[in-house]
Design a protein around this ligand. Structure first.
Ligand code: ATP
Length: 237
């Protein structure tokens, strides 16, 4: 793997006294789309929150573009060029689509794809048809697209996408898959949390599989798809 953009090693995470992640190691290379897989409660969201600096208690190393971000605050990590689309995908309900995008805007960065509302509207034509609609009056799928778009307006090097295919209609899942492939073509690096093997297989290069906070498997998507034992033991297929 050339040019590691995210390097997590020996990551442990806790909620109060509960030990949730155990010595998690994972890497994302520049331009790679990597899946973080596992059943409900396996620790996928916790891993993303830990990387984004959102947890109070963690141990281990997290390097982003060669710099340690272990002690960094979420806003500082965001400003270094890491974007996060959490599972609850909250949009600003009273702000319009355009205003939501403005809120997410950060300066252009060398080596990271540059995004404008026009470019995002080509990727998400639905959003382009409703620039003045308040976020609160959009469907779940449209809100999902808006949250991703708002994050992209930050011109990130790396995006953490928490379960983009969960709880949205099949037609939106298809658009999400197309969108992720388009982002990859732009050179964006993505860490994607996902339970759906079919979806991950379509858009990801490699996968890590979590169970009870432990990485149980890592390998190419093709190898994972062919590994019936891992699929049966750690994924819902
Ligand atoms: N705020 C919290 N306080 C205490 N325990 C939590 C908290 N959030 C999550 N957990 C626990 O941490 C473990 C990992 O949860 P996490 O949300 O990371 O899983 P996940 O793989 O993302 O699954 P899901 O798809 O259900 O979100 C679970 O046992 C969960 O109950």
């Amino acid at each position: 793997m050339q040019d590691t953009i995210l390097d997590v090693s020996g990551l442990n995470a806790f909620y109060g006294r509960a030990h949730i992640l155990f010595d998690v190691n994972l890497k994302v290379g520049r331009g790679e789309v990597v899946a973080l897989m596992g059943r409900n409660g396996a620790g996928k969201s916790t891993t993303m929150k830990a990387v984004m600096g959102l947890l109070n208690r963690t141990q281990g190393e997290i390097d982003f573009m060669g710099e340690s971000i272990k002690a960094a605050k979420p806003h500082a990590i965001s400003r270094m060029g890491m974007g996060f689309v959490p599972e609850d995908r909250r949009v600003f309900a009273d702000l319009t689509v355009m205003e939501n995008l403005e809120v997410g805007t950060q300066p252009q960065r060398d080596l990271a794809p540059h995004w404008t509302p026009e470019k995002l509207f080509r990727l998400f034509p639905n959003l382009g048809e409703m620039p003045d609609r308040p976020g609160g009056q959009m469907s779940g799928g449209e809100q999902q697209m808006l949250t991703v778009s708002r994050t992209l307006m930050g011109n990130p090097h790396l995006v953490l996408l928490d379960e983009p295919s969960e709880g949205v209609a099949p037609v939106i899942v298809e658009q999400m898959a197309n969108m992720i492939m388009a982002l990859k073509r732009e050179g964006l690096s993505i860490l994607l949390s996902e339970q759906n093997l079919q979806f991950a297989n379509l858009v990801c290069d490699r996968a890590y599989v979590l169970e009870n906070g432990h990485i149980r498997y890592q390998g190419s998507m093709d190898d994972l798809a062919a590994n019936e034992e891992v699929r049966r033991n750690y994924l819902s297929v």
